[in-house]
Design a protein around this ligand. Structure first.
Ligand code: PPE
Length: 302
């Protein structure tokens, strides 16, 4: 992973020079918020997918974590666009991070400055190119998703991801590709960095967004399904419903639409990407690549 430049507090800095002090508050305590955004190659050049919504969520995360972003939405948008240009990216992943910087340590963050960096680099399929067609192996994690009152699931807070890292390490060591976390009541929550959908008898289901991250890909999939005439319902469920589903898939900016072929050694449906997943995934990539003109509003051309 490497690119030419990093945008750092308003300046373009060489990748190798984009450094922070070891006493940076966020390094010790995870006191930051971030976004993950993809840019795609289209026939009209590079386009960022749903940039406005990602910037809005970054502001929401910062507000929840009581950090004032010292830049306007327009500043951030143009910083991202010029970073994509300076890094000569045709497609890739964009990672804005707003964090508590260097002042003093101890938990009170209020005296630490609010620093802001944006990285952008080339990034292929999150769980491997094959995963998008063949699907991945997932396991129900023994780690519960942090309770809604532990921190906030609406905010994409750096420290929240320690919970995901525990689940990811367990999954990899158990020979799975990804983990599915249940909430503290035992209902299906989400992946380590993905929302989850499942299909039963031609109906598409996903978990309610109140205790998981309100994913922008999740929102896109709901809208695509509605356009394709696939009924969508939001409901809480247990792990057993996933085992007997016809199809299950993850959604996320990084993961895009990744089918799940196996959970806890139960084969899901036909054991590879199912037909409804395929239909939605196809439409999703037509939209992100600018082929489906109807969704032009979701693309910010660079
Ligand atoms: N849940 C979680 C916990 C999550 O981190 C993400 C995004 C989602 C759901 C899906 O949200 P959205 O991207 O808006 O559709 N995870 C980001 C970080 C992944 C990483 O490995 O880092 C992402 O996909 O960019």
């Amino acid at each position: 992973m490497k690119a030419e430049k990093i945008w750092m507090n308003g300046r373009m800095v060489d990748w190798d020079m984009a450094k922070v002090h070891v006493c940076t508050h966020a390094l010790h305590y995870g006191s930051g918020v971030f976004e993950g955004i993809r840019a795609y190659q289209t026939n009209r050049g590079t386009a960022v997918f749903r940039l406005v919504e990602h910037i809005e969520r970054l502001y929401d995360s910062a507000k929840i974590f009581k950090m004032k972003i010292p830049y306007s939405r327009e500043d951030i948008k143009s910083a991202i666009i010029s970073l994509i240009n300076q890094n000569h990216l045709k497609s890739g992943y964009i990672r804005p991070l707003v964090y508590r910087g260097l002042h003093d340590l101890a938990l009170n963050p209020f005296n630490c400055p609010v620093d802001f960096i944006i990285a952008a680099w080339e990034w292929g399929a999150y769980l491997g190119e094959e995963a998008l067609t063949k699907g991945i192996k997932a396991m129900i994690s023994s780690y519960a998703r942090s309770h809604i009152n532990s921190t906030s699931q609406k905010a994409k807070i750096c420290g929240n991801y320690v919970n995901s890292i525990f689940a990811k390490m367990e999954a990899i060591e158990e020979g799975a590709d990804e983990a599915i976390l249940l909430d503290s009541e035992g209902f299906v929550a989400e992946g380590t960095g993905e929302n989850i959908f499942w299909v039963k008898k031609e109906v598409l289901y996903t978990t309610p967004a109140n205790t998981v991250l309100s994913g922008i890909t999740r929102d896109s999939v709901i809208k695509i399904a509605m356009e394709l005439g696939i009924p969508v319902q939001q409901k809480s469920t247990g792990r057993d419903e996933l085992y007997i589903s016809d199809e299950v898939f993850f959604t996320g900016s990084a993961a895009e639409i990744t089918p799940i072929r196996e959970i806890d050694r139960y084969e899901i449906g036909i054991g590879k990407r199912g037909p409804i997943t395929e239909k939605i995934q196809k439409k999703f990539f037509e939209i992100t690549k600018g082929i489906d003109e109807k969704y032009k509003d979701w693309l910010e051309f660079v």
